[in-house]
Design a protein around this ligand. Structure first.
Ligand SMILES: CC(C)(COP(=O)(O)OP(=O)(O)OC[C@H]1O[C@@H](n2cnc3c(N)ncnc32)[C@H](O)[C@@H]1OP(=O)(O)O)[C@@H](O)C(=O)NCCC(=O)NCCS
Length: 188
């Protein structure tokens, strides 16, 4: 079967930089760093992922992620701590083909780095890239109603509450909250 991994894509060269962080495309070599937080039950608590990840699960996830980028379905960025060069999380703009011009933001961060503004910084960079380089007109995100840190991040990056919906996640009935923001209007 044809393997998309052999074909380069224009988002393969994304390189977004802030004072503490670099965001660049997730790669297969990130598996070991990602496993450190992918198997943390606190990190996966509000995610559909099981905390029972092993190296082969994470490698499969990363291979799918690279393929999705090359099929223009999602972006998939690693959040790299500049001080150590370790991958400490990821952000994504997903569902790019569902409604043209729209995307869903998702993210995850290793627990030792919570509460230091790292995801607000990463999500802002990702949003700016989506609007300026991917020409998106609208970006939304869903957070579990009780995932207060994530809801706060979404508010801090300028997203507004839209609606709620009921979902079954890992066998539990959960309320999910939708936030959304539109591309900034260019100054006339
Ligand atoms: C959600 C997550 C990305 C937040 O990352 P982070 O880098 O800690 O977020 P930030 O530090 O940028 O901002 C978090 C904000 O939430 C606030 N917060 C944290 N826990 C909170 C709580 N229980 N109640 C209310 N606010 C809370 C923080 O005080 C901070 O706000 P402030 O800057 O005004 O003080 C991180 O906890 C994570 O990866 N969780 C697991 C995966 C996940 O849930 N992903 C999102 C799925 S929608």
């Amino acid at each position: 079967m044809f393997d998309f991994l052999t074909r380069p894509h224009r988002h393969d060269s994304v390189h977004l930089v802030s004072e503490r962080l670099t965001l660049r495309p997730l790669a297969l070599d990130d598996a070991e760093d990602m496993l450190l937080f992918a198997r943390d039950p606190e990190v996966t608590r509000y995610l559909p992922w099981s905390p029972n990840a092993d190296l082969s699960t994470v490698r499969t996830f990363l291979r799918d992620q690279v393929n999705r980028r090359r099929r223009n379905e999602s972006l998939g960025l690693a959040v790299v701590l500049r001080a150590t060069n370790a991958v400490i999380g990821s952000t994504d703009l997903m569902e790019l083909k569902r409604i043209p011009g729209e995307a869903e933001l998702g993210y995850i961060l290793a627990r030792p780095y919570w509460g230091q503004g790292m995801m607000t910084e990463s999500a802002r960079l990702t949003l700016a890239y989506g609007f300026s380089e991917m020409a998106l007109s609208s970006i939304h995100a869903w957070a579990d109603e009780e995932n207060f840190a994530s809801r706060k991040v979404l508010q801090k990056i300028g997203m507004a509450f839209v609606t709620t919906e009921q979902r079954v996640v890992k066998g539990d009935q959960r309320t999910y909250v939708r936030y959304q923001t539109s591309a900034p209007h260019p100054l006339i």
